[in-house]
Design a protein around this ligand. Structure first.
Ligand code: FAD
Length: 406
């Protein structure tokens, strides 16, 4: 059995940012990160890959290169949790014990929940920006389509980056408009949910693009099956099932908590890590913290949220080590830069309860309106801040986060 002061499960946006933040606060701290993957992905960049703006290679880096100096990388998957004995069992059957555990394995893309989908992904006009190997195919399809029917789907919540399903659609429509073929393409947005976007203040700006591009909006329409070779998709609606043909289908898969987490004593009913929504401390095990997409908090699951959560966990976890209670609190901040056209973004930023939480004064950027400055932020500044600020624990660059007094 290996032993470390801090064990972090997951070397994604949340796990790496938290380790970096803790080391900035307490250099030399003994941290192990359990992470099976060779590569670390900047997933927010995949929308831009699907829109022909970024090369997918720029969104991926070797995991070794983002591991903070001094951290022990345990290159394996966690398999189960034994919080009563402060222990995690790994995929190879070995165990690791901790004083404080931080749980951040992300959310699982449940492709298998849609019948026939996995067999046809990347072929027959079926794509998804949710996988880096498929996002370039989205752009290929967009460029190739001159007429026909293009369907973009959104599954039931929760999903990571709830705006991403429509971002891919607006960028595609903008391309088709510029090339003069939009009038020959029937575009449909089929969303299992009942609203275009969860925070009402942003809906008018988005609706204006739905109208501008002539998109047919189908709410309460949930993709359940795909027949790739026949180019047919089946949706469940309140009225029953409906099968429609397509020339291009952009799918966002249903998303669930990782199974090993959902099966563990750390899980809430939903399967996610059962934490207090402000302190991010586990509700039953005080030496366990959870953040990122795998957390039970009702925030928008985004890297932007993880950026604000990481320092909160870092502060509270260090206090726990010192035998003290949490002092830092997370306000529910999440952000979703909606790429409504190439060169313009509706910069949604909000906290718990849908309360608007803009990073900039309104005279500079009004998040509820499409803005060029927001596009520059997304295309140039945010990726740089991610790699050089957030993942390095440089909070003066990445922003101190939703640190509110408890
Ligand atoms: P992840 O970054 O997914 O990392 C989870 C890590 O845990 C992975 O490295 C994984 O290998 C590891 N792991 C999994 N299982 C185990 C296990 N059993 N043991 C150990 N490790 C494990 N966010 C934004 O802020 N803005 C955006 O514009 C935006 N757009 C997006 C567009 C797309 C297409 C996608 C897919 C996501 C987007 N996001 C966006 C969301 C953002 O990428 C996530 O919210 C963020 O990555 C969450 O960080 P995380 O660390 O919780 O999960």
């Amino acid at each position: 059995t290996a032993t470390h002061t801090i064990v972090i499960i997951g070397g994604g946006a949340a796990g790496i940012a938290t380790a970096a933040s803790m080391l900035k606060r307490r250099p030399g701290l003994d941290i192990a990160i359990v992470e099976p993957s060779d590569t670390h992905a900047y997933q927010p960049g995949w929308t831009m890959v699907g829109g022909g703006v970024f090369d997918v290679a720029t969104t991926m880096r070797p995991m070794a290169s983002v591991m903070p100096k001094g951290v022990r990388w345990v290159k394996q998957a966690a398999a189960s949790f034994q919080p009563e004995s402060n222990q995690v069992t790994l995929a190879d059957g070995s165990t690791i014990t901790y004083e404080v555990l931080i749980v951040a394995p992300g959310i699982r893309l449940a492709w298998e929940k849609i019948a026939g989908l996995e067999a046809t992904l990347g072929r027959n006009g079926v794509t998804s920006n949710y996988r880096p190997d498929l996002a370039p195919y989205t752009w290929e399809l967009v460029q190739g389509l001159k007429q026909g029917r293009a369907i973009f789907t959104q599954p039931p919540m929760p999903i990571k980056c709830a705006g991403a399903p429509q971002k891919s659609m607006y960028l595609a429509c903008d391309h088709w408009r510029r090339w003069g073929v939009l009038k020959d393409i029937a575009v449909e947005f089929r969303n299992a949910g009942g609203v275009l976007f969860g925070v009402a203040d942003y809906v008018p700006a988005l609706m204006s693009y739905v109208e501008k591009y002539g998109i047919a909006l189908e709410l309460g329409s949930n993709l359940v099956a795909v027949d790739g070779p026949a180019r047919q998709a089946t949706f469940k609606t309140a009225e029953g099932e409906e099968t429609v043909g397509f020339d291009m289908l952009h799918v966002v898969p249903p998303q669930v908590a990782p199974q090993f987490l959902a099966d563990s004593p750390l899980a809430a009913d939903t399967g996610f890590t059962d934490v207090d929504l402000h302190t991010l401390q586990h509700v039953r095990y005080p030496n366990v913290f959870g953040l990122g997409d795998a957390g039970s908090m009702p925030n928008a699951k985004t890297a932007a949220a993880a950026r604000k959560q990481a320092p909160v966990v870092a502060v509270n976890a260090l206090r726990q080590l010192d035998g003290k209670g949490p002092t830092a609190g997370y306000d529910g901040y999440g952000s979703c830069p909606l790429t409504v056209e190439r060169g313009k973004i509706v910069l949604a930023e909000f906290a718990y309860g849908g309360k608007l939480a803009p990073s900039f004064p309104t005279w500079l950027v009004d998040g509820t309106k499409p803005a060029r400055l927001s596009w520059m932020l997304k295309a140039d500044l945010l990726p740089w801040l991610y790699w050089n600020g957030m993942l390095k624990g440089r909070e003066w660059l990445a922003g101190p986060g939703g640190l509110i007094a408890q």
